[in-house]
Design a protein around this ligand. Structure first.
Ligand code: WT7
Length: 642
């Protein structure tokens, strides 16, 4: 951590792909040229990586923008593509999922096993009255049945709505009601932080106000006691009665596959709708291209929860469609010890790891000596997703996890985009720490100003439709138009809501949500840039920056900083460090040293709450906070510091 960051754009470190990876890469530089020459033909070729019951008549129908239809007239079944065809191709004995429970119990499911389970679950759903087009809510821990439940829904054409198992009664109830779901699939509980954590009581309380729910299917995971109603059915009972024969029926390419709710910070969550053919085409291709997956030899691990889109696209549909062998882990990274992830990598010989910057910064904070105790030599490729990754966190990941040998793919995308959009190709791209680099082949993105004209610093816009794009917000076409398509209506661009910069080599640097830009004495300063400058200081593990109203400068920079292990540094030194790195205009007015930062359950820093503290207001809504005690500690510290 000795190198200091000038600022994001003068980052000069660059890492070419390892020669061996480049020589054997799944996708080469030719893909960019191919897609540039004929974008639709390129996606058509990627669609042919899948098995279709009926070929499409038209690649893209964009006659009623922004309501896209991809592979019009085509028919396929997602569950067939993820399971049956692999078994038919003779790889039924390949392990699909190495599952490890938090207490250390394990299960191994081959593709043949997963297919049998999915067929039985499909029959169980049918016998419980679920039919094509119905919505099914899934509220589960990270156990194989979660993937089976999703695949079984896809198999019979029921639209799933997975709700993250950490969400509350209100959140679950609201999502069930919005989608009018007919059935919930849940479990008695799952293991979190060394103890069983109940799920069923939350379902019981939610379902009491959800007349659309006819049945609740309950997996026994922890064995903890559960209340029972006449709507409840044990998963194992339903499965033992179900036939293991089930033929996957063809679905239209535009058949609704899933709804996934994204939590806005204040407003009602948006039910993002994804459909079948375009979605699977893009997640399957991007998983193959970005992770360079060699299904015969790689052990792939994505540490996300299936409650997030990352779990949908890069645990379930992408990897399984590609015949991957993957690790699935139920619990938290610090149970029973802070080296659990590294222990699992050593145990299973994980070769590809996909995780989030918030986790990486936490590992760095816990100390270099923890991963050093394990053999991480099997790793050959690392990925990052969820937020901008600070250059120094990227460097830490590269050195301490990747042994300075693994390329890092920083993948930018959203629940709305369905699949990865901007990312290096590991066999092609010279990576810069902290940059997602450039749009993938077949994807068109621009950085534009308010008027929609290309600039080097501004808003990220997606300028052409892509196969796995959201089709609408469930039940609310107007909100879909308003949220994503009204900002650049004239140009017909999709507004991503992120700020971005382009450097002289054309590399794209994501700067966080546009609401996270501060206006200090008339200068636009991104919270991400100041945070990265702070994280580049050897004493700093994590930083969150907000703009607080200031009588003199309009907004002033206030930073909340977590120090590394035993580091000691004055806040004055940190303020000067930022001023020296980014320029005096970026010098924070105030720096608070804190023990924790408020984060959402998906790991994003809730700057809105920190802003409340910085402006000494009473706190807004804290219900989506991962740990609500964090905020009172920070607020107390702030009050005693001033
Ligand atoms: C927002 C989308 C994509 C799955 C997980 C998050 C931020 C995501 C990156 C990245 C910079 C990133 C953006 C985006 N984001 N990945 N590699 N670099 N920012 O999905 O909850 O829908 O959030 O996450 O701000 O808009 P999501």
């Amino acid at each position: 951590m000795s190198e200091t960051l000038e600022n994001l754009l003068s980052e000069t470190r660059q890492f070419p792909p390892p020669a061996e990876l480049a020589a054997n890469a799944n996708v080469t530089a030719a893909a960019y040229a191919e897609a540039d020459a004929d974008r639709l033909a390129f996606w058509e070729k990627q669609a042919r990586r899948l098995d279709w019951f009926k070929e499409w008549d038209q690649v893209l129908d964009w006659s009623n923008p922004p309501f896209a239809k991809w592979f019009v007239g085509g028919q396929l079944n997602i569950s067939y593509n993820c399971l049956d065809r692999h078994v038919a191709n003779g790889i039924g004995d390949r392990v699909a999922i190495h599952w490890e429970g938090e207490p250390g119990d394990t299960r191994t499911l081959t593709y043949a096993d997963l297919l049998t389970e999915t067929k039985k679950a499909a029959n169980a759903l049918l016998s419980l009255g679920v039919s094509k087009g119905d919505r099914v809510a899934i509220y589960m821990p990270m156990i194989p049945e979660a993937a089976v439940a999703m695949l079984a829904c896809a198999r019979i054409g029921a639209t799933h709505s997975v709700v993250f198992g950490g969400f509350s009664v209100d959140a679950l109830r609201g999502r069930i009601q919005d989608a009018n779901a007919k059935l919930v699939i849940t479990a008695d509980g799952g293991y979190r932080r060394g103890a069983p954590s109940a799920l069923k009581p939350t379902v019981d309380e939610s379902v009491a106000d959800c007349p659309s729910i006819e049945k609740v299917l309950v997996v026994r995971r922890t064995g903890q006691e559960v209340a029972w109603t006449d709507k409840d059915v044990w998963w194992h009972d339903a499965m033992s009665e179900a036939s293991a024969e089930h033929e996957a029926a063809p679905m239209d390419a535009e058949h609704p596959l899933f709804i996934l709710y994204t939590s806005g910070t204040t407003a009602k969550p948006k039910g993002i709708l994804h459909t079948t053919g375009g979605y699977l085409t893009q997640v399957s291709f991007t998983h193959h291209a970005v992770f360079d997956l060699k299904p015969e030899t790689d052990i792939y691990w994505c540490t996300a929860d299936i409650g997030w889109v990352t779990g949908h696209s890069y645990i379930v549909y992408g990897p399984l469609s590609n015949g991957a062998t993957q690790l699935m882990y139920e619990g938290t990274p610090d149970t029973p010890h802070k080296g659990r992830f590294w222990e699992l990598i050593e145990k299973y010989g994980v070769t590809i790891l996909y995780t989030a910057p918030t986790a990486i910064r936490t590992f760095a904070k816990w100390g270099d000596e923890i991963p050093a105790q394990f053999n991480l030599g099997s790793l050959r490729l690392l990925g990052s997703v969820g937020e901008p990754i600070n250059p120094e966190a990227w460097m830490w990941y590269r050195e301490h996890i990747g042994g300075n040998r693994c390329p890092i793919v920083d993948t930018w995308w959203q629940t709305e985009t369905g699949g990865i959009m901007i990312s290096p190709l590991p066999g092609v791209t010279d990576c810069k720490p902290g940059s997602a680099m450039r749009p993938l082949p077949g994807i068109s993105a621009e950085i534009v100003n308010d008027a929609g004209n290309p600039v080097n610093g501004g808003y990220l816009a997606l300028t052409k439709p892509w196969p796995s794009m959201l089709r609408t917000i469930w039940g609310d076409d107007n909100r879909f138009l308003e949220t994503y398509w009204s900002r650049f209506k004239e140009q017909g661009f999709y507004f991503a809501g992120d700020g971005a910069k382009r450097d002289e080599d054309g590399a794209i640097w994501l700067l966080g949500r546009v609401d996270d830009v501060m206006l200090v004495s008339g200068h636009n300063i991104s919270t991400t840039e100041v945070e990265s400058a702070l994280v580049a200081h050897p004493a700093v593990a994590e930083a969150a920056v907000v703009g607080a109203t200031d009588a003199t400068t309009g907004q002033a920079i206030v930073a909340f900083v977590i120090l590394r292990g035993s580091a000691e540094v004055s806040t004055e030194e940190l303020r000067n460090h930022v001023a020296k790195t980014l320029g005096p205009i970026c010098k924070p007015r105030q720096i608070m040293l804190v023990a924790e930062l408020p984060k959402t359950r998906s790991g994003k820093i809730m700057r809105r709450l920190l802003k409340d503290v910085a402006e000494k207001r009473s706190l807004g809504d804290v219900t989506t906070l991962q740990d609500s005690a964090v905020m009172s500690l920070i607020a107390e510290g702030m009050n005693s510091a001033t």
